[in-house]
Design a protein around this ligand. Structure first.
Ligand SMILES: Cc1cc2nc3c(=O)[nH]c(=O)nc-3n(C[C@H](O)[C@H](O)[C@H](O)COP(=O)(O)OP(=O)(O)OC[C@H]3O[C@@H](n4cnc5c(N)ncnc54)[C@H](O)[C@@H]3O)c2cc1C
Ligand code: FES
Length: 278
């Protein structure tokens, strides 16, 4: 009874909207900015978890945590629509609301790990890589983008890799290898036995990595995106198979990815409740 009371008080605390001023804003690329906020609760988040950010008068959106600690939390935002564009126009001192952190986090393994990030999906993986860097035998990172100026965090990624540098791929060949982020996978895995693959990014990329990891029998964890509204497992807008991404994810293990593989990279629920292509 005492335990469940404590848990319920803790969950209520996470779900209470806190108002905080933007501490700093940094441009990462022409379309992505990183925001730093002060928030004690989110500063204790683990890699893979997300927060719900309220942009006053506009909307509330889910964002992965890029960094947390010392009373602060950071996230990167790509301007894609109403809420994210509005957020890009805000600056130091402007007020935001936040709830969280919510959801599952990546399992921190040892040995040899491979991380593959696409677009802003690289954010939670960089947070994870910083935690793993001192503990693993090998940390390889592949990052993919359509073009050079969309590649994020290159300097930080090089610093956490045990390889000479992170492997960058662009679809137009403007930087690194000209291919999809999934292409270097086969060669890397042929050369080195990895204990774990972590990934986050476009779902078709995640699906292709899942198919590869399943075939080669390598453990894998992926962070998935769905339409997240309540963030606490109540509304059902984020369902994939029998799971709620906000509560049972966003990080899914290989076993759970296997259970939802028919939906993975295929379809999801849209704002009006109808099924749309991923
Ligand atoms: C767990 C999770 C982590 C995320 N992490 C990041 C991140 O670190 N950085 C980042 O830039 N983006 C992240 N996103 C995506 C981000 O939430 C959407 O880009 C944002 O909600 C778009 O809002 P908008 O009003 O600007 O765009 P809209 O015009 O509303 O929509 C643009 C696109 O974003 C999708 N979207 C809109 N609202 C939501 C929502 N509530 N939940 C999920 N998708 C939505 C729409 O389906 C559409 O494809 C994450 C999403 C999830 C589910
Ligand atoms: S967002 Fe409401 S159940 Fe997941």
């Amino acid at each position: 009874m005492e335990v469940s009371k404590k848990l319920s008080a803790y969950l209520t605390k996470l779900n209470t909207i806190r108002t905080t001023a933007i501490k700093s804003v940094k441009s990462e690329s022409p379309t992505v900015k990183t925001f730093t906020l002060e928030d004690d609760i989110c500063s204790k988040a683990n890699p893979g978890q997300f927060l719900m950010l309220r942009i006053p008068g506009i909307d509330e959106i889910p964002l992965s945590i890029l960094n947390a600690g010392e009373g602060q939390v950071q996230f990167s935002v790509k301007a894609v629509g109403d809420a994210t564009r509005h957020l890009h126009n805000l600056t130091t001192g402007d007020l935001l609301g936040l709830r969280g952190p919510f959801g599952t986090s990546f399992t921190e393994t040892r040995g040899r790990v491979l991380l593959i990030g696409g677009g802003t999906g690289t954010a939670p993986l960089l947070f994870l890589a910083k935690r793993l860097a001192a503990k693993v035998d090998r940390l390889s990172f592949v990052i993919g983008a359509k073009t050079k100026n969309e590649l994020l965090y290159l300097t930080e990624l090089d610093a956490v890799c045990t390889d000479e540098s992170a492997i960058a791929t662009t679809e137009d060949g403007s930087y690194g290898l000209q291919c999809l982020a999934t292409e270097p996978l086969e060669k890397l895995v042929d050369k080195q036995k990895f204990n774990m693959i972590y990934t986050c990014g476009p779902e078709k990329m995640v699906k292709s990595i899942f198919n590869f990891a399943e075939k080669r029998k390598i453990a894998m964890e992926a962070s998935l995106e769905r339409l997240i509204r309540c963030g606490i497992g109540l509304c059902g807008s984020c369902m994939i198979g029998k799971y709620r991404v906000c509560r049972d994810g966003p990080v899914f293990t290989m076993a759970r990815l296997s259970e939802v593989k028919d939906e993975l990279g295929m379809s999801k629920l849209g704002f009006d409740g109808s099924r749309i292509e991923v």
